[in-house]
Design a protein around this ligand. Structure first.
Ligand code: FES
Length: 303
């Protein structure tokens, strides 16, 4: 409970402000706003003008513009202007779908104001390039309060083509903190053949870790694959023993074949497959083969 002393018009204006906040968030937002307002007014009775001053001076964007519009305040600097048309962006991947999904959580009356402001932020993050999925993700994490943040992140996770309940099951089987991340990511890769972005979003939410931490882990270990592999996965050993026995030539031959035909197979290189006795060793779809057997299988796959 705040100890704000309300003047009648101040209470009325604050209630109007709260009615513009989406219902699902109201209970969580009200005490925060009251606390901020109490700090600003420092014991003096709160009038409607003080509430307006608080909104225009103390709230962050894009909430400030949206709430100013909702309580009938004109934007700073003069006459009310219609919402600026959203600047256009170039999008990468599912970024545009994610942007629109994020806006769905904004009430109709505030959506266009949010669209313009959030687009500005996205374009700033893109710094002249395309707006990526990571830019939209960081906007949600930095700006959107809970419970909307959780709802939106969950929606993002289901926008791909994986069964997210499988990821949730893996996480449930591995309770604990950050020490479980590698195990979880291995299990996810075993399940899907790679570690999909949607899985990382869920792990990030459930384990309360930054996406950047997960990407750092995934890219530090050669075992993790972040892109969906082709139908065939060819793993060639780059270890000394295999190199000495012609592993390099095999790699070059496969790369030449894949140059015009990359959709048929994904080529990976590892330090040692642990079977130096058959070097130069090649693993095709999980089966380790010596040079002759590998050539035959490669011919079958790549033509
Ligand atoms: S060096 Fe190639 S399998 Fe060991």
């Amino acid at each position: 409970m705040s100890d704000i002393k309300w003047l009648p018009d101040g209470q009325k204006m604050f209630d109007k402000l709260m009615s513009a906040v989406p219902e699902a968030m109201r209970d969580a937002i009200r005490p925060k706003l009251e606390q901020m307002l109490a700090g600003k007014v420092a014991g003096q009775p709160v009038s409607a003008d003080l509430v307006k001053k608080f909104v225009s001076e103390d709230l962050p964007e894009p909430q400030r513009s949206a709430l100013m519009a909702a309580i009938g305040m004109k934007p700073a600097g003069g006459a009310a202007k219609p919402a600026a048309p959203a600047a256009t962006a170039t999008w990468q991947g599912k970024a545009q779908d994610m942007f629109e999904r994020m806006l769905k959580e904004v009430p109709d009356m505030m959506r266009e104001v949010f669209r313009g402001k959030l687009m500005q932020i996205a374009l700033q993050k893109a710094a002249g390039g395309a707006v990526t999925e990571d830019h939209i993700l960081s906007i949600v994490k930095e700006i959107v309060p809970d419970p909307f943040r959780t709802t939106i992140l969950k929606a993002f996770a289901t926008m791909g083509d994986i069964d997210v309940t499988k990821v949730e099951e893996i996480i449930e089987k591995n309770p604990g903190g950050q020490e479980t991340l590698i195990t979880i990511m291995h299990a996810v890769q075993d399940m899907f053949g790679y570690v999909p972005r949607q899985a990382l979003i869920i792990i990030s939410q459930k384990k309360n870790v930054f996406m950047s931490t997960l990407y750092r882990l995934a890219t530090s270990y050669a075992a993790f694959r972040l892109d969906k592999p082709a139908a065939n996965v060819i793993t060639v050993c780059n270890g000394t023993c295999c190199q000495v026995k012609g592993g390099g030539k095999i790699v070059k031959a496969i790369e030449a074949k894949l140059a015009g035909n990359g959709a048929k197979a994904t080529l990976e290189k590892v330090r040692c497959l642990g079977c130096c006795d058959v070097s130069p060793a090649v693993m095709i779809n999980g089966e380790v083969l010596g040079a002759a057997a590998a050539q035959a299988k490669l011919a079958e796959i790549l033509g």
